[in-house]
Design a protein around this ligand. Structure first.
Ligand code: FE2
Length: 161
């Protein structure tokens, strides 16, 4: 039962259920991505250490903010937000971080791969929200899509030299 709480949002129950299911999936995936970016922040070595170490921390902070907005949208629609570390690990759509990554380029490549999959999933979620006529949830995802594609460009720019 993904939407156990009554509320007065003017959408059909079926739409709310679908939206909350996807919001919880993206909550798990966002929290997982954040933890993986922190993993890179803590373990990176090599050239441009400070710039990359700080870039990763900024990206992680943005993902924490996105997770909060996603969870609160799920609650707004009558859902129970499933956002613990264990729940995130169980429901994330991303592969585990590449624990062999040590040098900067290896970390950045690992993160670009995961941002690529993450933005694909967010784009799909935008389309789902549009299909059930919920511009508010669509707006949540659209903001995240714009922000994470920008961040993916920041990461990719370290590789294209
Ligand atoms: Fe730190």
């Amino acid at each position: 039962m993904s939407t156990p709480f009554s509320n007065h949002v003017s959408l059909p129950q079926e739409a709310k259920t679908q939206l909350v299911d996807t919001l919880n999936s993206m909550l798990a995936t966002t929290s997982d991505l954040r933890s993986q970016v922190k993993q890179a922040h803590w373990n990176i070595k090599g050239p441009q250490f400070v710039a990359r170490h700080e870039l990763f921390d900024n990206l992680a902070a943005k993902l924490l903010g996105y997770a909060d907005v996603i969870a609160e949208r799920a609650a707004t629609l009558g859902g129970y937000a499933t956002g613990t570390v264990r729940q995130s690990a169980e429901h994330s759509k991303l592969p585990e971080y590449d624990v062999r990554a040590v040098d900067g380029k290896h970390h950045i490549k690992a993160l670009v791969d995961r941002y690529s999959e993450y933005t694909r999933l967010i784009r799909h979620a935008v389309n789902q929200a549009e299909k059930v006529d919920d511009p508010a949830t669509e707006d949540v995802y659209t903001e995240i899509l714009r922000g994470t594609e920008l961040d993916m460009w920041f990461l990719e720019s370290h590789l294209n030299v």
